[in-house]
Design a protein around this ligand. Sequence first.
Ligand SMILES: *[C@@H]1O[C@H](CO)[C@@H](O)[C@H](O)[C@H]1NC(C)=O
Ligand SMILES: *[C@@H]1O[C@H](CO)[C@@H](O)[C@H](O)[C@H]1NC(C)=O
Length: 417
Amino acid sequence: MKLWLLLLVPLVALIGYFASELTRVDLLLVGTVTIDVVDDGSRPAGGAVSYAASIVRAYGIRACVVTVAGADADLTVFNGHELHVVPAPSTLTFEHTYTWFGHQRKLRVTANPNVTLSRAHVPRHCQRARTVILGPLTQHELDAGSFLEYDGVWDALVRGRQHVGLMAQGFQRRLGPDGRVLPLLTPSPQLLAGLGRSRRVSLFLSDVETEPWAEDWLGLVVGSAERVLITRGSAGATEYNDTGVHDIHIVPVDKVRDTNGAGDTFATGYMLALSRGMADPGAHASWAASRAVMQPQSCKPHCAGDLIEGHVPAWGAGAKLLAAAQDLGSMARGLLDRGLREGLAAALHLRELPAGTLTQMAAKAGLGPHGPRHGAGGKQKGAGGAGSGGKLAAGLEDEDDDDDDDEVVMTVATVTL
Ligand SMILES: *[C@@H]1O[C@H](CO)[C@@H](O)[C@H](O)[C@H]1NC(C)=O
Ligand SMILES: *[C@@H]1O[C@H](CO)[C@@H](O)[C@H](O)[C@H]1NC(C)=O
C-alpha cells in the first residue's frame, strides 16, 4: 500500500507551514516619514513610523518599513530595519510652534509629497508579516483598506491571521486655511475604509481626535473595529472591545521629560504584546509609553525606545513555533466550523435543484465525471489534508462573492462530503 505516501503529504505540508512561520517577517510598518522643523531650527525626522521603528528595534525586531520620502529626509532612524522608500519630490514637512491647545501642539504642513501608500507598494514577503502597523499622518497618505484585501485563498490563510494596528490620528486631521492642523468632527471616510468590514483592526486614536465626535460616531467606529484604544495623555487610556469599556492606567514616572511619540509608543507596544500573546497588552503598552516620555525631545525619535531595550524578552524560535501551533489549532477549528456550516447550507440547497443540474455545472466548469475531487484539490494548494479538500475549498471560496467558477467548485465539492 501507498499508506506512507498519504502520511507524507500532510507531514510535508506541516513542516512547510512551520518553516514558513519561522521565517515570516515579524512586523510591517507603513507610513510617511516627516521632517519636523522645530523652534530651535533643528530638523529631526518624525512621524508615527519613525517612532514605531525606534520602539520596534528596542524589542529586538527587524521590521519591514515602507515609507515615502524626498531626498532631504533623514532616514537614519530606520537603521537596522529593512527599508523600502517610495521616492517623492518632497518629504512631508511639519513646522512646529509650541503653542498648546490643551495638550495639542500647533502644526503647519509646509511640504507634502502627495503619495498614497497602499499594499501595492509593499514587497510580497513584507506583506506576509505577522503584525502590520499603519501610521498615516495626513488624510490621503495611506490606503489602509488595501491591507485588508486578499489575493485568493492562500493569501487569506496567511495574511488573514495578521494583527493589524491602525494609528489613525492622521486620518482625523484637516488642514485649516492657514495650514494649521485641526481635528475632524466625524470619523473620516479614510478611517472607516481602513476598518474594513470584518472587525479585524486594532484602532488607535487620541482623545484630541475623538473629543469632537458625537457619541454615535464613536459607537459606529467601536462596532467596526476589533478594539479601539483612545489615549488620554496623563489620564491613561481607554480600551473598547468585545468585553466592554476598560480603563488603562498610566505607569507613573519620576520625571516626564517629553511626551512626543508617547501615543505611537503605546500603539506599537500594544501591537507587539498582542502578537506575542502577552496577558495584558494594555498594561504593557502603558509601561512602554512611560519609558518613552522619560526621554528628552533632543534625542528623539532615535532614543524613544532606549529605556525599553533589554527589558522585553526576545521572541525566539520556540515562542514562534508555539504561536504557529496555536494559530494552526484555531485555523482548523475555524475551517471545521465554516465547513460544517457551508456544507449544511449547500446540502439543503442541493435538494431543491432539478436533476442533472450538477452534471451540467461540472461540465461547464470543465470537470470530468470524476473531476470534482481534482477541481477542489487544485483550489486548495498548500492548505493541507487531501480528504477534506472539498470542505476547505468550499469554506474559503466564500470570501470572494463574485466568482462564478468558485461557486461551482463549492457546490460540486460539497457532494463529495
Ligand atoms: C500636494 O498637495 C498640496 C496640498 O493639497 C497641494 O497644494 C499641492 O499642489 C500638491 N502637489 C502636487 C504635486 O500634487
Ligand atoms: C478588553 O480589554 C481589556 C483591558 O485592556 C482586556 O483585559 C481584555 O482582555 C480585552 N478583551 C478582549 C476580548 O480583547
